[in-house]
Design a protein around this ligand. Sequence first.
Ligand code: FES
Length: 329
Amino acid sequence: MSAEYAVTLEPSGHVLRVLAGERVLDAARRLGFEVPHSCRNGNCEICAALLLEGSMRYKGQTISSGEVMTCLCEPLSDCRLHWDKILAPGELLVHSLSCQVLALSALGAGVTRVQLRAPAGKKLRYHAGQYLLLEKPDGEQAAFSIASAPHHGRELELHIQVRDSASQHLLEHLYSNTLVNVQLPFGDCHLAELPAAPLVLIAAGTGMAQMHSLIEHCRAQGFAHPVHVYWGARSPQDFYQLDAWRDWQGVPNLTLHQVVSEAQPDDHWQGRQGLLFEAVREDFPDLSVPQVYASGSPNMVYATLDGLVAAGLSPSQMRADVFAYAPRD
Ligand code: FES
């Protein structure tokens, strides 16, 4: 087996496995990274990087620091390289847009559907399941899952729930303005590539926005594996109206489950009761196969993870944004 060296990129933290005798730029492209390059012979300098640690063969010499053209340098040990504007496979550049506020509609349970339209001529690039940052009246940003899917073109859909005065102000801002600034895309809990396995999508409350995007994307791509959607709420009144739910009921490989955790006798709830992970465990005696996506509060997501891992799921089968923004020890 030929030797390989780990080249850690700053500031992204991505690690390239570069074969002995291979140039860094060639390795990055072989591994599916998007990297700036042109001449590939050291002239244009577009592929420049800074060697921070380790040693490399470069222009006939062994060097351990300084600027290098990645199209010419070969690692001689594990290295650390400052190399900006490199996109890993599936990674997209974050961009800012001023979007038109197209429509706001109440969906019940305190949730409003917000429809935005990106300006003509601007490319809206994101993966199904990612989120955006919406600029609030005070200039701060708030994160919202994108409920639409990339094939919806310039239109973006968000599901915003009024939980406090800040979210109330944000909605008032959207009602009274025709343009709003957003930044996107963010998050690695997405479907840049469809898995060759069934999907289990688990959402609490407006976590359904993220699942809405994943489901619409799967449908547009002709995803043929089974998709099971578990949508949880404390009481039946906490489910908001989701127009797509009716459409989805006719999709052969899509199964929908609404699960209420604290139903009262007065609710006359005839559907499933309990916690979301309990419903999944009942339906999947063998959890070794599906890919699981979860969206909700950190408590809900980690309870789901623990409940499913105890029943045989490997943690590597489950993805959630919570793992990045609220990591556990
Ligand atoms: S690609 Fe032109 S210098 Fe490397």
